[in-house]
Structures are given as structure tokens and as C-alpha cells.
Design a protein around this ligand. Structure first.
Ligand code: SAH
Ligand code: SF4
Length: 377
């Protein structure tokens, strides 16, 4: 049973080993497991019945034990810059979102064919950061691994429904960031299974280096993730460079203060031999003082990490303010002057909450640019 919804387990949480064991246990030939995985993760089948080259008997056996219930698209909003926000309805009626960000220009200014999906891991969030809409909502439930995986598959079905072909028959999403609703490391087992499916050759075959897990700082789970063999990329939502400031805006800091968090980050870097990112939202009058610049600079040097500054994005019902562009620039320059590698996040989809009357036109824009880039490459 699926713990979160009391419905049978969804097939899109099976890994290769389970599929092989299951089908061989039913007396099917080994290649059938490969076929099944192909339908699930390569062809994004929306039902068991659609798996037309599986024997009827096998389809019936599967249907007796598993479900396959695709996410339902509740709403789609397109931004003029090509960003698309999807609101998905889950089996129990809860809603989560994913955001598709097609980057035609990379961070360093080069052309990029990276097409990122920002994926949710929970309905709501228990951690109550004062600046965050998910925190404001509170925690409802964990997403099952299949509900995490299906966000990517559903975007693929959305592309196919629009009849859009990408060059070299690539899937639309080739980069994943676990930066949607929820705290991924608080839903550890489902997260790990979903990442395995994203990353495996029998799954979505997306390189581990193209998969980012963002966390508000669950130190023990960071150490656990460090022990996995895959080179997943880690981003830390820091947002305060001293305990006094961070504690005020991120309650998690009381449980895992900065020293504990930073040493878990060092363990992660050591285990993986790769750099982490630090995300730092700039909130006017809260975490923009010169003592934060100094502490952040020390911390970034210790971790040898990149810092990504994000001007606070106003949320209805939260009384915090975005700093002026001048202040953002000064904060960035001060870090840069100290020798820290720092970027300011280029905002995407800022118009997305406005009425969107030209959905079709705007979503076509993504594919036109993706196609043009594919041909260029
Ligand atoms: N819980 C994880 C994953 C969610 S990621 C985490 O906190 O890292 C969501 C990202 O958006 C985090 O970096 C979060 O700090 C940031 N965020 C939340 N509210 C925001 C806001 N109002 N403006 C800008 N960034 C925000
Ligand atoms: Fe939002 Fe992440 Fe904080 Fe949860 S942990 S409230 S998702 S910023």
C-alpha cells in the first residue's frame, strides 16, 4: 500500500531489481522487466493497458497489485520568458507544483540546452521558514516516490500531447532541481528512490551531476546522502550567516545550528569531491547587514563554495521586503571583493502570477528556442 494515500502502490516507484524479481516470480521471461521499465520511464505510459506489447496476463497481474495513476494537470501558467508553472492534482486531491525553466543562456553567458524542472517533494512543509509560502501552508504529507517521479514524466506527456518533437528525440527535462514545495531530506526514502529512477539508465537516465537536492539544513540527512555513491549536487538554503540571524528566519537552525550544518557540508564535499552551492535570500533589513557579509564570506571560504544570492520574492501574507537593486549589488560586490564566487539569481517567471491570456503562444516559445538550440548543437 502507498502509505500516504491508502491506494495500491503506484508502479512508477519500482526499480529494476524489484521489477525483475516480481516478473520472474510470476514466471515471465527476463526481458519483460525491461519492457515494463521502458513503458514506465522511457515512454511515460499513462495506464497499464497502454503497455500494448506486454502479454494480457501480465497486465492483469500488474493491475491486481499496483496502480498507475498519473498526476492530473490542474493548472498551467506560462511566463513570457518561457518558464512554465504546473499545478498537479494528486490522487487525494492535494495540489503540488513543478516549474519548467528552459535556459537558453547558461550562468557563464554561454548557450545552454539545459531544461530544468523544479520538483516538489512534499505537500506543504513542516519547517516554517518565515519567508516561504510552503512554510506558511504547514506540512500536509510526504510525496510518494511515484509522485515525485511523475512530475517529470507528466511534463513529458504534456510535451507529447502538444505534438512537439525535440531534436535527437530527447526528453524535455534534462536537469532536475529538488527546489519545489517541501523539504526533500525530510522525505528521505522516497527522495532516494525517486533520484535512483531519475538517474538510472533503465529510468530517466539523467546524470547525477544534473540532479540537485536543495535543503534547509537537515545535518544528519546530509551526512546520509554523502554516503550514497551517486554524485548528486547539493544546495544549502542558508539565508543567514550567523546563528542569531538564521535562527530568526529558519527555525531548523535551532535544531541544527550553523557549526553542525557546515561540518555536515564539509563531510558531503569530502565524500563526493565536489562543490556545493549556498543559496542566500536577501531580505531587506533582516540579513543584509555588513556583519552578515563578513560571516558569509568566512563561511564560503571555509567551504570553498559558490554563493547564489536571491532577492526575496514577495509572498502574499508575509510581511517582509525585497531589498533595492542597489543593495543587492552592494552585497554582491562586498562578497566578490572578499574573493567569494558569487552570482545573483536571474529571476524567471516573475510575471507568472499575473493573468496569462496567451498560454499557447508562450509555451510554443519554449519549444521554438529548444529546437533552435538543438539544431545549433
Ligand atoms: N526545503 C528546501 C527545498 C525547497 S527549495 C530548501 O529550503 O532548500 C525552495 C527554495 O526557494 C529555497 O532556497 C528557499 O529558501 C527559496 N525560497 C523560499 N521562499 C522564497 C521567497 N519568498 N523568495 C525567494 N526564495 C524563496
Ligand atoms: Fe520553505 Fe524550504 Fe523552509 Fe520548507 S524548508 S519552509 S520549503 S524554505
Amino acid at each position: 500500500m502507498n502509505h500516504s494515500t491508502d491506494t495500491p502502490r503506484d508502479l512508477r516507484s519500482l526499480n529494476a531489481e524489484e521489477a525483475e524479481d516480481l516478473l520472474s516470480g510470476w514466471g515471465h521471461k527476463p526481458y519483460r522487466a525491461k519492457q515494463l521499465l521502458g513503458w514506465l520511464y522511457k515512454r511515460s505510459a499513462a495506464s497499464i493497458d497502454a503497455m500494448s506489447d506486454l502479454p494480457q496476463e501480465l497486465r492483469e497481474q500488474l493491475a491486481a497489485v499496483f496502480s498507475l495513476r498519473p498526476l492530473e494537470l490542474a493548472r498551467e501558467q506560462c511566463s513570457l520568458d518561457g518558464t512554465v508553472k504546473f499545478l498537479w492534482r494528486l490522487v487525494d486531491g492535494e495540489l503540488v507544483e513543478s516549474v519548467l525553466i528552459p535556459a537558453s543562456i547558461g550562468r557563464d553567458g554561454s548557450q545552454s540546452d539545459r531544461r530544468t524542472l523544479c520538483v516538489s517533494s512534499q505537500v506543504g512543509c513542516a519547517y516554517g521558514c518565515t519567508f516561504c509560502a510552503s512554510g506558511l501552508m504547514g506540512y500536509k504529507r510526504n510525496l510518494d516516490a511515484s509522485e515525485i517521479v511523475d512530475q517529470v514524466l507528466a511534463v513529458e506527456r504534456w510535451r507529447l500531447a502538444k505534438g512537439v518533437e525535440l531534436p535527437r528525440r530527447e526528453p524535455l527535462v534534462n536537469n532536475i532541481v529538488m527546489m519545489g514545495m517541501g523539504e526533500p531530506l525530510a522525505n528521505y526514502d522516497n527522495l532516494i528512490r525517486a533520484l535512483e529512477i531519475f538517474n538510472s539508465p533503465w529510468g530517466l537516465n539523467i546524470g547525477a551531476r544534473k540532479i540537485t537536492v536543495s535543503t534547509s539544513g537537515l545535518a544528519p540527512q546530509i551526512r546520509r546522502l554523502a554516503e550514497t555513491p551517486q554524485q548528486y549536487h547539493l544546495a544549502i538554503s542558508l539565508h543567514g550567516a550567523t546563528d542569531a540571524v538564521r535562527r530568526k528566519i529558519m527555525p531548523i537552525n535551532r535544531k541544527y545550528p550553523l557549526e553542525e550544518l557546515i561540518s555536515a557540508c564539509e563531510a558531503y564535499q569530502q565524500a563526493k569531491g565536489r562543490m556545493i552551492w549556498v543559496e542566500y535570500i536577501l531580505i531587506d533589513g533582516v540579513n543584509t547587514g555588513s556583519e552578515q557579509v563578513e560571516a558569509l564570506s568566512r563561511l564560503a571560504k571555509r567551504l570553498q563554495c559558490k554563493v547564489n544570492l536571491i532577492p526575496y520574492n514577495p509572498v502574499d501574507g508575509i510581511e517582509l521586503n525585497r531589498p533595492s537593486d542597489g543593495m543587492v549589488g552592494r552585497f554582491r560586490d562586498a562578497l566578490h571583493h572578499d574573493g567569494v564566487r558569487v552570482t545573483v539569481r536571474i529571476e524567471k517567471g516573475t510575471d507568472i502570477d499575473a493573468a496569462c491570456g496567451q498560454l499557447r503562444l508562450k509555451s510554443e516559445k519554449i519549444f521554438t528556442s529548444a529546437e533552435a538550440l538543438g539544431q545549433a548543437g
